[in-house]
Design a protein around this ligand. Structure first.
Ligand code: UDP
Ligand code: MG
Length: 321
C-alpha cells in the first residue's frame, strides 16, 4: 500500500501540535490512507518539541525533529522532506490554515498520475491589514521577478517521491520551495482551497521578515535586479550625453557660467544610482558567499526514536562522506 507522508514545519506552535496530529490522523484513518506525520520544530522556544514527543508516543506514525535554532520555514520543509519515507509527500502548515479536507483530493489526483498537486488559495482568510498589504507587496514582487503567479500559490502541495528526490538533490542552500516545484517541471494538477483562520497562536511572519524573505527569494530565483543595474546605467549615460552636448554648446557660445544646479543634481542622481546598483550587486555577492561557504540549511539537534539514520548534528551531504 502506498504511503503518504505529511511534513509539518512548526515554530512555537505548542498549542497546535496535539490538535493538528489528531485531526490529520483521524481524517487519514477514516480515508484508509496509510500515512506518517513528520513534525519539524524550527528551533521553537516554547514546548513545541515536547508536544511532538507526546504525540509521537501516542501514535507511532508520528515522527519529529527539533532544530538547534530557528532556521526558517524553508529549512523546516527541507528537513521534513529528508525525513519522509512516503511514496507521496504533502507539505502543509501545522496551524491547520491549510485545510486537511483537501488531502483526499490531492491523494486521488496523485493516484491518477499527477506528480505535483498544487494547493491553490481561493481566499487568504482573515488577516490584519498590515499583513495583507505586506503579503500583497511580497507576492506581486515575487510574481513579477519569477514570472509565475505566486499570489494564489502556497506551500501546501503534494509531491511525488521523484519530485522530492529532485528537490533533495539540489545543491543550493538558498531554496524557495514554492517556486522550485514549478521549476522542476513535473506534471502538475491543482486543487483549490480556502485559507482557514488560525485557531491558536499567531502568525510568525512580520512585515520585515516577509521583506527579507522576498529579497532573499528574489535574488535566489532571478537575476533581473542585476540587469536593472545595467538599465539604470544606460539611462544615466543617455542623460549625461544630453547634458554634455548642452554644456559644450554653452561653452562654445560663451555662456557657460551658470549651471551649478545641474552639477549638484547630476552628482545626486548618479550617486544614488551608483549606491543602489552596488547594493543590488552586494545582495548577489552575499548569496554567492553563503552558497560558497556551503553551510547546512539546518542543524537537527533531536529526533524521535522512530527516525532512522544519523541525522542529528549533521545533514545529508555530510553523512555520505
Ligand atoms: N514556521 C516555521 N518557521 C518559522 C516561521 C514559521 O517553521 O520561522 C511555520 C509555522 O509554524 C507554520 C508555518 O510555518 O506552521 C506558517 O507560518 P504562519 O502560520 O506563521 O504563517 P502565515 O500562515 O501567517 O502565513
Ligand atoms: Mg498560518
Amino acid at each position: 500500500m502506498a504511503l503518504l507522508s505529511i511534513v509539518l514545519p512548526a515554530y512555537n506552535e505548542e498549542q497546535n501540535i496535539e490538535n493538528t496530529a489528531k485531526t490529520l490522523s483521524g481524517l487519514l484513518e477514516g480515508e484508509q490512507i496509510d500515512y506518517e506525520l513528520v513534525f519539524v520544530s524550527d528551533g521553537s522556544r516554547d514546548g513545541t518539541y515536547d508536544e511532538i514527543l507526546k504525540a509521537a508516543k501516542r501514535n507511532p506514525r508520528i515522527k519529529g525533529a527539533e532544530f538547534s535554532r530557528n532556521f526558517g520555514k524553508e529549512a523546516g520543509i527541507f528537513a521534513g522532506l529528508e525525513l519522509t519515507a512516503g511514496d507521496a509527500v504533502v507539505v502543509m502548515d501545522c496551524d491547520l490554515q491549510h485545510p486537511p479536507e483537501v488531502l483526499p483530493q490531492m491523494w486521488k489526483k496523485w493516484q491518477e498520475g499527477a506528480e505535483i498537486v498544487e494547493g491553490i488559495k481561493i481566499s487568504r482568510g482573515k488577516e490584519s491589514l498590515m499583513h495583507r498589504l505586506s503579503a500583497g507587496l511580497f507576492y506581486s514582487i515575487m510574481s513579477r521577478l519569477i514570472k509565475m503567479d505566486m499570489n494564489s500559490s502556497s506551500d501546501y502541495k503534494l509531491l511525488d517521491r521523484k519530485v522530492v528526490n529532485v528537490l533533495l538533490e539540489l545543491p543550493e542552500r538558498n531554496t524557495f520551495f514554492r517556486a522550485l516545484t514549478f521549476w522542476s517541471g513535473f506534471r502538475t494538477e491543482t486543487v483549490e482551497y480556502e485559507v482557514q483562520e488560525r485557531q491558536y497562536g499567531e502568525s510568525k511572519w512580520s512585515f520585515w521578515s516577509l521583506m527579507k524573505y522576498a529579497i532573499a527569494n528574489a535574488t535566489s530565483f532571478s537575476t533581473l535586479p542585476l540587469q536593472l543595474v545595467t538599465v539604470m546605467g544606460i539611462i544615466s549615460i543617455l542623460f549625461s550625453l544630453i547634458l554634455a552636448v548642452q554644456t559644450l554648446v554653452k561653452f562654445l557660445t560663451g555662456t557657460a557660467v551658470e549651471g551649478f544646479t545641474t552639477v549638484i543634481l547630476l552628482i545626486l542622481i548618479i550617486g544614488g544610482f551608483l549606491m543602489l546598483s552596488l547594493g543590488i550587486i552586494g545582495h548577489y555577492i552575499a548569496r554567492i558567499y553563503e552558497e560558497v561557504k556551503g553551510r547546512p540549511k539546518y542543524i537537527i539537534s533531536r529526533v524521535t526514536d522512530n527516525v532512522r539514520g544519523s541525522v542529528v548534528g549533521s545533514w545529508k551531504k555530510d553523512r555520505t562522506r
